[in-house]
Design a protein around this ligand. Structure first.
Ligand code: AMP
Ligand code: MG
Length: 427
C-alpha cells in the first residue's frame, strides 16, 4: 500500500475541537494525512486529459524548430531599407513546408507565407498588404511601414530545447496535451488513477430499478459521486447501498479497504447514527467525527481505515445530496488531487453584487447556490436559486456558481458585494 499511516493522526484528530471546526482547519488536517501515490502508468497522449504528470518533461527540440514567418508577405534584409524606402527584386517563394533554399542577398526579397522558414540572409517580414507596386518580380517598401525583425517567430521562442516544458504534478489540460504533441511526444508517464470505493448508507434508500416503497427515496448520491469521481480522473468502485447497521457497514468498509485508496460513504454520520458507527470505525482505524462549521455539510467523518495490512482514507460524507457535493468539492477532491500528486483546485472567487438580501449567521462558511448573470448595464450580479435546503439537489442543477459566505460574515444586504465561485471549470 502506497499510503503510509501518519503516526500522529490520532493526536492531530484529538487536538482539534470536534465541534464547529472551521473549513480551513479540517482542510489542513486532511492535507496532513495524505501521502501521494507513486505508481505510474505510461499512456498515449490522447488518454491523458486530466491526469497528473509523473515526471518533468524536458523539451527534446526547439519549438518552433526554425525561424519562420508570422505573416503572409515578403522576407527581406532590414538594412536594405533607406531613410524612406526600398525597391526589392522578388527572387523566389517560401511556403510552409517548402522552404526557399538559396541565400538571399541585398536588394532581394522572397514571397513568404505564414509558417514558412525565413530564408537564409533575411531578418524581417513585411505583411503583403503593406507593400506597394507589387508585381511577380519586384515590390516597394516604405521604411515607415516596418521595423527590423518584424513578423519573425524565432526558433525556440515557444519552448527551448533542454528546458522544462511541463513540471511533474501538472494536471494535463488540452493546452498541455497540444504542447506535448508539439514536442513530438507520443506517450507520457502519469500517476495511476486513485481507486475510490463508495457506497450509500440508509434503510430508506432504493436503487434505480427497484420499487419506491413508502417512505423511501432513490439513491442519488452514488450517481453524483460517480460523476464527480470520473471528472476527477479517479477509478470509481461502486459498492451499492448498505443498510444502517454496524455489521453491514463494517463488512462494506472491510471490502472497500481491500481494494481502494479512498473510501467515500454517504449518510449515517449525523449525531444519532454516528454513535454506533463511531465505535465500529474506531476498531477499524482512526476516524474523527466532527461537526464542520460549513453549510451545507456539517457532520462528517474523516480518517483512515486499516484492514489486512492495507489502509485507505475514509470520507464519511453526510447523506443530504447537496451536502455530499459541497463536502466532496471543498474537502474530498483536494485530498484526491493531493493523492495524485497535484495541487488543490485553485478557487478563483469573483466579487459581484447580490441582487437580494441573504441571511447569514457568523460562525460557519456557507456555500449557497447562485445564478451569475450580467445585468442590463453590463455588470455581473448573482441571485440565489430559490430554496437552499441541503436536500434540494435541483438547487445545484439550476445554479452556475456558489455564493461563498465567509466564516465571520453576517447578513448580506441587497446590492452588497459577495464572493462567488463559478462552476465552470470547478465542478
Ligand atoms: P443521513 O445523513 O443519513 O441522516 O441522511 C440525511 C438525508 O439525506 C435524509 O433525508 C436521507 O434520506 C437523505 N439521503 C441519504 N443518503 C441519500 C442518498 N444516497 N440519496 C439520496 N438521499 C439520501
Ligand atoms: Mg441515514
Amino acid at each position: 500500500m502506497s499510503q503510509t499511516i501518519l503516526p500522529n493522526l490520532s493526536d492531530l484528530l484529538a487536538s482539534i475541537d470536534q465541534h464547529d471546526v472551521p473549513v480551513e482547519i479540517i482542510q489542513q488536517v486532511i492535507a496532513r494525512c495524505i501521502t501521494p501515490l507513486s505508481d505510474t502508468e505510461t499512456l498515449p497522449l490522447k488518454q491523458t486529459l486530466g491526469r497528473v504528470l509523473a515526471q518533468d518533461v524536458i523539451s527534446p527540440i526547439n519549438v518552433p524548430s526554425y525561424d519562420n514567418s508570422a505573416m503572409d508577405g515578403y522576407a527581406f534584409i532590414a538594412t536594405d531599407l533607406s531613410d524612406t524606402s526600398a525597391k526589392l527584386n522578388v527572387v523566389g517563394k517560401a511556403y510552409a513546408g517548402h522552404p526557399y533554399l538559396n541565400e538571399v542577398r541585398s536588394g532581394e526579397c522572397v514571397r513568404i507565407m505564414t509558417g514558412a522558414a525565413i530564408p537564409r540572409g533575411c531578418d524581417t517580414v513585411i505583411a503583403q498588404e503593406l507593400v506597394s507596386d507589387a508585381t511577380d518580380s519586384h515590390i516597394s517598401i516604405a521604411t515607415s511601414k516596418v521595423n527590423a525583425g518584424d513578423n519573425r517567430r524565432l526558433a525556440g521562442e515557444d519552448l527551448r530545447s533542454g528546458s522544462v516544458a511541463l513540471r511533474k504534478g501538472k494536471r494535463l489540460s488540452p493546452a498541455d496535451i497540444g504542447l506535448l504533441a508539439s514536442l513530438g511526444i507520443a506517450d507520457i508517464a502519469v500517476i495511476r488513477r486513485p481507486r475510490v470505493a463508495f457506497f450509500s448508507t440508509g434503510d430508506e434508500l432504493r436503487s434505480i430499478g427497484q420499487a419506491l416503497d413508502e417512505g423511501c427515496v432513490y439513491d442519488s448520491n452514488r450517481y453524483t459521486l460517480h460523476s464527480m469521481l470520473v471528472r476527477a480522473q479517479c477509478e470509481p468502485i461502486d459498492m451499492g447501498v448498505v443498510k444502517d447497521d454496524p455489521a453491514s457497514l463494517e463488512t462494506a468498509l472491510r471490502e472497500a479497504c481491500a481494494q481502494a485508496d479512498v473510501i467515500i460513504t454517504t449518510g449515517g454520520v449525523s449525531a444519532g447514527d454516528a454513535d454506533y458507527t463511531r465505535q465500529m470505525m474506531a476498531r477499524l482505524g482512526e476516524v474523527l467525527f466532527c461537526k464542520i462549521a460549513m453549510r451545507p455539510g456539517r457532520p462528517m467523518a474523516f480518517g483512515k481505515i486499516h484492514c489486512d495490512g492495507r489502509s485507505a482514507l475514509l470520507f464519511g460524507l453526510p447523506g443530504n445530496p447537496v451536502a455530499v457535493m459541497a463536502t466532496f468539492y471543498f474537502l474530498a477532491r483536494d485530498a484526491i488531487y493531493q493523492l495524485m500528486g497535484t495541487k488543490p483546485h485553485t478557487q478563483t472567487l469573483l466579487k459581484v453584487v447580490s441582487t437580494h438580501a441573504i441571511r447569514k449567521k457568523p460562525g460557519r462558511t456557507e456555500y449557497q447556490r447562485g445564478i451569475l448573470s450580467t445585468n442590463t448595464s453590463g455588470k455581473q450580479q448573482v441571485t440565489l436559486t430559490g430554496a437552499q435546503g441541503s436536500g434540494i439537489l435541483s438547487s445545484m442543477s439550476e445554479a452556475n456558481c456558489m455564493v461563498v459566505l465567509d466564516h465571520d460574515q453576517n447578513d448580506v444586504a441587497a446590492g452588497e458585494l459577495v464572493s462567488v465561485l463559478a462552476f465552470d471549470g470547478f465542478i
